[in-house]
Design a protein around this ligand. Structure first.
Ligand code: AMP
Ligand code: MN
Ligand code: MN
Ligand code: MN
Length: 290
């Protein structure tokens, strides 16, 4: 058997309506294919319910697929996202872990709505729920869409400046999974844990160093370097950190919606050549079309 070609245009981070994206997994697969993506992963927040649909749709289009998810973690008082890639979709411990992580979302959403009502913005629980393709997974994104629809804010960026973030109405602190748990669920299911968009967290240099160090201690192996959430300065900074911490590098658009996302699937710059891509180490976990 000949080995598959080297992939350059890998897009290993995006969301469907199974979490807080607006497109069905099949529509995302088609968009990835049309944009020239050569290896794709759907990484819904705290949920793998869309994985089979994504894989089957990818295969029908001749597109190699890696299982994916993005787990919400609490670390040093902030929320961190850990992407899991190439795991076994049937792994029971991972399924249970994700279910537990999703568990508090509805109660949290009710508290968010109560906070918004206190500043005169009413009906947001029902409003957000209307946008949630998966009722188990109400995210701040769904509130943001409702606040834009009702004219409270001009766009979703505006929402995340005025509401739903620490110190602003509608913010509810939440306990997500622990870093070690998330890394273990992914790794024990045969996958690789990757720190998502590190440039987005408001950590001090010391806290960020602690995140990378602890992540490695727990068995984490990768970090997103080229992502839709990073500036080009971040690409350089996290390329250096990947080398300093001996981590494999990942690339993903974090695409959510044609109307909201700045970066489309498959359109980011390539990973810097000095880095080792996560997908080289995950070759055996890639499912190839028949
Ligand atoms: P949650 O998991 O409910 O806390 O929602 C987090 C989601 O909100 C992220 O995955 C993004 O999709 C979205 N989000 C967070 N911050 C922003 C922002 N500044 N601009 C746009 N979307 C954001
Ligand atoms: Mn999201
Ligand atoms: Mn994220
Ligand atoms: Mn994401």
């Amino acid at each position: 058997m000949t080995s598959p070609p080297a992939w350059t245009n890998a897009d290993l981070h995006c969301h469907s309506c199974v979490s807080d994206g607006t497109l069905e997994p099949e529509a995302l697969a088609a968009r990835a294919r049309a944009n020239g993506v050569e290896l794709w992963a759907l990484t819904d927040h705290d949920e793998i319910g869309g994985q089979r649909r994504a894989r089957d749709a990818a295969h029908a289009l001749g597109l190699p697929y890696l299982a994916g998810t993005e787990i919400s973690v609490s670390f040093a008082g902030l929320t961190v996202h850990i992407v899991g890639l190439g795991f076994d979709m049937d792994n029971e411990a991972l399924r249970c872990g994700l279910e537990t992580t999703r568990g508090g979302r509805t109660e949290r959403a009710r508290e968010m709505a109560a906070g918004l009502a206190q500043v005169g913005v009413h009906g947001t629980f029902e409003g957000a729920l209307k946008y949630a393709g998966n009722p188990e997974l109400i995210a701040r994104t769904h509130f943001a869409r409702y606040l834009v629809e009702t004219g409270v804010c001009a766009n979703t960026n505006d929402v995340f400046r005025k509401y739903l973030v620490e110190g602003k109405p509608g913010f509810v602190p939440h306990r997500w999974a622990q870093l070690g748990e998330a890394v273990r669920w992914i790794t024990q299911a045969g996958g690789m844990a990757v720190i998502a968009h590190p440039g987005r967290y408001k950590f001090t240099a010391n806290e960020e160093y602690a995140l990378f160090t602890e992540f490695k201690t727990h068995g984490g192996l990768g970090v997103e370097v080229v992502t839709g959430s990073h500036t080009s300065a971040d690409f350089l900074k996290y390329a250096d950190m990947a080398i300093e911490f001996d981590l494999l590098a990942s690339r993903g658009s974090d695409f959510h919606s044609p109307d909201e996302s700045r970066i489309d699937l498959g359109t980011l710059p390539a990973l810097p050549a000095r880095l080792s891509p996560v997908w080289e180490a995950l070759r055996e976990r890639v499912s190839l079309p028949q």
